[in-house]
Write a protein that binds this ligand. Sequence first.
Ligand SMILES: [Zn+2]
Length: 246
Amino acid sequence: MNKYGKTSVKIEYLLKGKLKCGYCGLSMNAENGTARNGERKYYYKCWGRKHGTKCHKEAIQKDLLERIVLDEITNQLNDKNNVNVIVQGLMALQMKLNKENNALNNLLQTKRQVDTALQNIMNAIENGIFSNTTNKRLHDLEEQQANLEKEILIKKSKTAVVLSEKEIREFYEQALRLEPQMLINYLVKEILVYDDEIVIKYNTPTTISPDESQGFSFYHKTLKFAYKVRQRRDMKKFEIKIEIRV
Ligand SMILES: [Zn+2]
C-alpha cells in the first residue's frame, strides 16, 4: 500500500508541471490566495484563464484534485486485472512498433537475397561455369554481403530492447512503492483536466514510446462525490469521469 495519506498534507503542489487544461491546452498552475476570513486557499488554475484568454476552465482545489488523482492511480495499480490490461496492451504495442521498424527488416531481406545470389554463383562455379563475369559478380556480392552485415550490426544495436511481460509489469508495480511526489513524477506523463473529466496519461517504459494515435485507454470510472463550498450551505455534488491511458 502507498502511504500517501499520511504525508500528502506536507507536500505542496504534487501535480505541478503535469496538469494541462482540457479546454485550451495550456498548463494549469499552482495558485494560492487568502479568503476574506483569512484562510489560505490552494488551487490549480488554467494559465490561459488567468491571463485573460477566453478559456472558461474553473480553478480546482488543490487537495481535491490531488486526492482524486492519487486515489485513482493507487486503486488502479493495486488491481491486478487492471495492471494485466496495461501489460498485455503494451506487449501488443511493442510488437507492432517493432514490426514498423522497417529499416532493419529491409536490410535483413536484402541480405537474404544477396546470400541466395552468392550461393547460386558458388553452385555455378562448382559446376565448372567460370568466367570473368562470374568472377566479378562473385566479388561484388561478397562485398555487398560484408557491407550489409556491418549495417545490420549497427542497426541491431540501435533497435529498442524488447521488454518481457515481467519487465513491463515491474515498471508499473514499482510505482506503488514510491512516495506520492516520486510516484507522480515517475508514473504520470500528463493530466488533462476538464470541469467534468480528468484524463491521466501514464508514462511507459522508455523503449516503448507510443505517440498520441498509438496510445490506448485502460481504465474508466465515473466518480460521484460531494464537497462543501463555502458560499453554499448544502454540499455541492460533482460527477467526474476518470480515464487512465498510456
Ligand atoms: Zn484553459
